[in-house]
Write a protein that binds this ligand. Structure first.
Ligand SMILES: [Fe+2]
Length: 542
């Protein structure tokens, strides 16, 4: 680790804007060079189904290449000289969809294997230099007995929530009278932002790889890099390139047979899980519908095994317009979500731990987002543990690792952060147990336990250098305890991240509640690989 922050050539003002400003992809942003953009009618398709692409370009022709992005990159389709044109895009396209005319269609051959398919569209810019863009769709498997196969479910709800294309997402936006509000509805009918499909190796991850010297104010290399290079402000928060893809490629290279689905399959076709012994969830996995949870709960109840190497199980969403619109009011839910006035309040698009919803995250995956959240960046444990502090080294998940009590699992590869999920716990004789009011399922064991924080605080951190200060903490205090008072803030200020394991129905759940588990696979951390294999092999009955 270095002791200096990387320098991407930004001025102090630009660095500030990179972190606090709102910048995003929009048609026309590249000016004289010209552009090409693409989205598809759906996230995912089955074998034999028709894919429709919507393309807008300053060029009149483009070439299309499709490859399967797994253990290797396998080209599957090339098409040249497809006609294109510039298409009008509505100002509120992030919310309403782009509404472009279709540009190209093809049918997926029956023999293509399930997985992620990356599209590269190349054309000539106005100045004669090449322009390009990427898109990705998921090919989900056909129904059949899936003995020995893993079904990985990509965190497409979180991709959608963070997609900056067109100006609005569930974080920042150009909605509202002053064009400064985040969007409570976002459309799938728009291109992915830059960096969700493909990223260069040097793109920083969120957790800091800088050893902070005395009195240092933390910075945000990933957002500085994004602003300096033209990638999305949120490239490191979601997407295939930062998260899901690392698990998929690693698992195939490690010899596992992996199928891939989007969260839309859990919602609309829960039978997608039938026949699998093991379902896997990875990365930053923050947005779920009620129906998606029903699918996983039923799968585990009837004997399925769920392995979640993911963090931040936070928000309930609703899908509208056959899944083309994702709704999440979030911080404004109690004031604005119609579910509170006329509808079924259990479907309110608030935190899963909001008491009126009555379905804490722990009921499905054993951990709650509101007992966890930030570690390893900004004002939240930026010098923190990096790995999971192990407290039950004798557990089967750690077999063969040589890990001891108090060791850190995955510190070298920095798997702990940047958002983690936790539980209320108590320590007896050096071992943590969930408290009676924690919501932990019966029989849950805590295998590892680290610190996390919901509030940025330090005597060297000036208010203008904070990313979110105590906003998130106050929201969670209000959500859980009814009022964002100082007293309630103290109840949520400090939190934790855990690895847990529990039986449920006839099945079982293993949950390493961290976004960054994939960093251990990406960085070939043998300890993290071993634990991952221990879980997968047991759940596949290898
Ligand atoms: Fe998150």
């Amino acid at each position: 680790m270095t002791t200096a922050f990387p320098d991407f050539g930004l001025t102090p003002e630009q660095r500030r804007f990179a972190v606090r400003g709102h910048y995003y992809e929009y048609p026309g942003m590249d000016g004289g060079r010209g552009e090409i953009w693409c989205y598809s009618d759906r996230f995912s398709y089955g074998p034999g189904e028709k894919v429709t692409l919507f393309v807008s370009s300053t060029a009149s022709r483009f070439d299309l290449e499709i490859l399967r992005d797994g253990a290797g990159e396998t080209p599957v389709l090339t098409e040249r000289n497809i006609a294109a044109r510039w298409q009008d895009t509505p100002d509120q396209c992030s919310v309403l969809g782009c509404g472009w005319q279709d540009s190209f269609e093809f049918r997926i051959p029956e023999e293509w294997p399930s997985g992620a398919y990356r599209l590269t569209l190349r054309a000539e810019g106005r100045d004669g230099a090449p322009i390009h863009c990427y898109h990705l769709f998921i090919l989900h498997p056909a129904p059949a007995r899936k003995t020995g196969r893993i079904l990985q479910v990509a965190a497409t709800g979180t991709w959608t929530a963070y997609n900056t294309w067109g100006g609005s997402n569930h974080y920042q936006g150009i909605t509202g009278q002053n064009r400064d509000q985040y969007a409570t509805s976002v459309s799938t009918q728009r291109p992915w932002c830059r960096g969700f499909v493909v990223l260069p190796k040097e793109a920083p991850r969120v957790p800091l790889e800088v050893s902070l010297q005395v009195g240092t104010t933390p910075r945000y290399p990933h957002m500085e890099w994004a602003y300096a290079t033209g990638y999305s402000k949120k490239y490191a928060s979601a997407g295939w390139a930062s998260y899901d893809g690392h698990f998929f490629r690693w698992a195939e290279r490690a010899g596992y047979e992996v199928d891939l689905a989007s969260q839309h399959e859990l919602h609309f076709k829960p039978e997608i899980l039938d026949g699998y012994d093991c379902a896997v969830f990875v990365g930053h996995d923050e947005y779920w519908t009620w129906e998606m949870r029903d699918a996983v709960d039923a799968f585990v109840g009837r004997g399925g095994r769920a392995a979640r190497f993911a963090g931040n199980f936070m928000w309930q969403t609703r899908l509208e317009d056959d899944g083309r619109t994702q709704v999440c009011y979030k911080y404004r839910a109690r004031a604005e979500d119609p579910a509170y006035k006329s509808g079924d309040v259990t479907r309110a698009t608030n935190s899963w731990e909001a008491p009126e919803i009555g379905r804490p995250g722990s009921a499905t995956f054993g951990l709650n987002s509101t007992n966890g959240v930030y570690a390893g960046w900004g004002g939240c444990a930026p010098r923190g543990v990096r790995g999971f502090p192990v407290c039950r080294p004798g557990h089967w998940a750690f077999a063969g690792t040589g890990l001891f009590y108090g060791d850190l699992l995955g510190a070298d590869s920095h798997i702990y952060g940047y958002e983690v999920d936790g539980l209320e716990y108590e320590i007896r004789h050096g071992l943590p147990y969930p408290t009676k009011t924690s919501g932990a399922p019966e029989g849950l064991e805590i295998l590892a336990l680290g610190m996390a924080s919901q509030v940025e605080e330090s005597d060297v951190l000036a208010p203008e250098d904070m990313f979110f200060g105590d906003e998130d903490g106050r929201f969670i205090a209000e959500t859980l305890y009814g009022e964002a008072s100082d007293e309630n803030l103290e109840k949520v200020r400090y939190s934790n991240g855990m690895i847990v394991n529990f039986p449920k129905g006839r099945g079982e759940v293993f949950h390493a509640g961290t976004c960054e588990w994939v960093a251990g696979l990406l960085r070939n951390d043998a300890m993290v690989e071993r634990v991952t294999k221990n879980v997968l092999d047991r759940y596949l009955k290898r």
